[in-house]
Design a binder for this molecule. Structure first.
Ligand code: HBI
Ligand code: FE
Length: 288
């Protein structure tokens, strides 16, 4: 999400930026990296990840060893929600990203991080994209939400308002929490694919956890290089989908443009705060 990718596809990529996954070319070491990451997260996520994410992992048979084959994965997904997974070499331009999404194609990096990058890397690799995002694509409501997002992204580009809509992606698809009957659960791919943040997001007293409000989220800045200081909590995927399809975004963007951005750790009087964060983590970092 951070860097602006080049605007024409790199050598070997098609006009829509897709490349063959070349599943047969992964080395045993690369498959072993997937298995290590998988084992570490799989232990942590029951009781932390949302029911929808856990079900997706199961129905897509993602627990089998090795980096998943996108063709096989797409076959299962297609039957469940009509989605496919297509390989890309890295970040793709926004218009390309939204065109794939609006047409139920999820773009996934075909490369995997090096063994010395298990805990963090900025580019979305196959572990983040497939382990993090793809389980949610097996959920029919979330699958429709992403289609709505892709179409919304295309409109936002035309309205020069992507900076607002990108925050919705960030605080839902990447870093979203959901209130389930047993308590808060993670559904954001940036959290479920991170060993440290999958604990921090739920257990740490530092961040704010705030009830989701569309306009509020779209005004809120975010950090791309560290744990979040705000998490937004949705009541259900039905609610998230409903607000996204029923909102007329053009006047909302117009209204937001005239209001200040909200800094990462700030709370507003109208926020429904579920957990008021101590910000201890961010403050300790600022001291160094
Ligand atoms: N490309 N491969 C890839 N993955 C992303 O998540 C991605 C992207 N290009 C653009 C983009 N995300 C953003 O525009 C959205 O997150 C809003
Ligand atoms: Fe992602």
């Amino acid at each position: 999400m951070a860097d602006i990718p080049p605007q024409s596809p790199p050598p070997g990529a098609a006009a829509d930026w897709t490349v063959p996954q070349n599943w047969g070319h992964y080395t045993p070491e690369e498959h072993a990296t997937w298995d290590r990451l998988f084992a570490r997260q799989a232990k942590l996520l029951p009781g932390r990840a949302s029911d929808a994410w856990l079900r997706g992992l199961d129905v897509l048979r993602l627990s089998r060893p090795g980096i998943p084959d996108f063709e096989e994965l797409s076959e299962r997904l297609m039957k469940l929600t009509g989605w496919q997974v297509v390989a890309v070499p890295g970040l793709v331009p926004d218009d390309v990203f939204f065109d794939h999404m609006a047409n139920r194609r999820f773009v996934a990096g075909n490369f995997i991080r090096r063994p010395d990058q298990l805990d963090y890397l900025q580019e979305p690799d196959v572990f983040h994209d497939v382990f993090g995002h793809v389980p949610m694509l097996a959920d029919p409501v979330f699958a429709d939400y992403l289609v709505a997002y892709g179409k919304g992204g295309q409109r936002a580009l035309g309205l020069h308002s992507l900076r607002y809509l990108a925050r919705l992606y960030w605080y839902t698809v990447e870093f979203g929490l959901i209130a389930e009957p047993e308590g808060l659960r993670i559904y954001g791919a940036g959290i479920v694919s991170s060993y440290a943040e999958s604990r921090f997001a739920l257990d740490d007293p530092s961040p704010n956890r705030i009830a989701f409000d569309l306009a509020r989220v779209m005004r809120t800045e975010y950090r791309i290089d560290d744990f979040q200081q705000n998490y937004f909590v949705i009541p259900s995927f039905d609610d998230l989908l409903r607000v996204t399809v029923e909102t007329d975004f053009a006047p909302l963007y117009e209204a937001i443009k005239h209001r200040p951005d909200i800094p990462v750790a700030e709370l507003l009087p109208e926020d429904e705060v579920l957990t008021r964060g101590t910000q201890a983590y961010a403050l300790a970092k600022a001291d160094h």
